[in-house]
Write a protein that binds this ligand. Structure first.
Ligand code: TRH
Length: 360
């Protein structure tokens, strides 16, 4: 297989776009021996995920990947054999033209956002011709079923997770991590926790999650509120963030990549979906809940659905929803393991490599 891949990533906001691209780039290099160039217009965001890079450099190598600044004025560049356009970020015109000039054009793939909606199955791997150039772009959809592109999962991750679990000291309190948007009903959740009397520690990611907590509690933390300890933590590398998720009893996650990592952690989680202007996120959330709760008995399914919806839309009954969710947590621990094992059967990077290999 011709083995040069270019990934283009435009950082829209937050960390999901670069989080997914950085993970994919490393996996292509480490597990498939490919020469990967990652073009990114927001090196400062990548620097948070990977502190060893220097965001002032135009080119550098890290984790077997060549990282290149995606400049406003894109230079003449020989295209790679496979070109991944992440999340419809639109390739530079000069690069597209170069792609169309070769005798055999590169395999061009648009990696889409993750959704559990059923239409994804019908659109995965469909191609569309460029309106003016002799090029074809394929739409590659991650997803939760066999008929989609699957989910990013590094080789050996579950073994690492299980080995890590054996090193954890027993904890008497409920360990929680919090990564959410500032629109989450954090005040209502903290009030519900304070009412329960259950010993808990909640570790809060910086940025929007910490801002939401600080708005409610004032000061800069840590906060000890009776049995509840709330601790701000720094932004972690992706590997350390995984370990945080593995070490907790419950993880609040958001967006796309942390949402998937929480499922690989195989402990109960609560997801805050990324809001879309056209409100399409309500449908996406419903589609995921439908799939995720399908094999749960009704009381568990209802508790999960109610709590996820309360977390995403707000609720007057947060205390009750938390109590119900808390009660089914032990069942969700067992359920989460089976869920993760089932999803792990369909691994995105392997699927993507096989797909492109078939086209080269
Ligand atoms: O940051 P996000 O809200 O990203 C979002 C979504 O991807 C959304 O779909 C997209 O449209 C929007 O960005 C532009 O949430 P997400 O997807 O979970 O990405 C966070 C990344 O940050 C993920 O790779 C995990 C990583 N992370 C760390 O590495 N360390 C940390 O300490 C934390 C809190 C996160």
């Amino acid at each position: 297989m011709r083995n040069h891949w270019d990934i283009f990533c435009s950082v829209v906001d937050n960390f999901g776009d670069i989080g997914v691209c950085w993970r994919l780039a490393r996996q292509l290099a480490a597990e498939h021996g490919l020469a990967v160039r990652l073009w990114v217009d927001g090196l400062a965001s990548l620097n948070l995920l990977c502190p060893s890079i220097d965001p002032t450099l135009d080119q550098q190598n890290a984790a077997g990947v060549q990282i290149c600044r995606w400049p406003d004025c894109f230079p003449e560049t020989a295209p790679a054999d496979v070109v991944i356009e992440a999340f419809a970020c639109e390739l530079p015109t000069v690069y597209l033209q170069a792609m169309s000039r070769g005798s055999s054009p590169p395999v061009w793939v648009n990696l889409e956002y993750l959704s559990a909606e059923s239409w994804v199955e019908g659109c995965h791997a469909l191609a569309s011709p460029h309106p003016t150039l002799p090029l074809k772009k394929t739409f590659f959809f991650p997803g939760f079923t066999k008929s989609t592109g699957g989910l990013l999962l590094e080789k050996g991750l579950f073994e690492q997770r299980d080995a890590f679990h054996t090193t954890l000291p027993a904890s008497e309190r409920l360990e929680v991590s919090l990564f959410c948007y500032d629109t989450a009903p954090v005040s209502a959740l903290l009030d519900a926790w304070i009412k329960t009397g259950q010993p808990m520690r909640c570790r809060v990611a910086p940025g929007q999650p910490l801002a939401a907590v600080t708005n409610h509690l004032g000061g800069s933390g840590p906060w000890q509120l009776g049995h509840l300890l709330i601790e701000p933590i720094p932004f972690l590398t992706q590997a350390d963030y995984d370990r945080l998720l593995w070490s907790c009893d419950l993880n609040f996650v958001r967006g796309e990549d942390s949402f998937v990592r929480a499922q690989w952690a195989a402990v109960p989680f609560v997801w805050q979906i990324y809001r879309q202007d056209d409100e399409a996120h309500h449908i996406k959330l419903g589609a995921f809940l439908q799939r995720y709760t399908e094999a749960l008995a009704e009381p568990e399914s209802k508790a999960v659905r109610n709590f996820f919806l309360a977390w995403n839309q707000g609720s007057e009954q947060m205390v009750q929803h938390w109590a119900d969710f808390s009660a089914v947590r032990p069942t969700l621990v067992r359920y989460g393991k089976n869920w993760a094992n089932q999803l792990a059967q369909n691994e995105l990077t392997k699927n993507l490599v096989n797909f492109c290999r078939g086209k080269l």
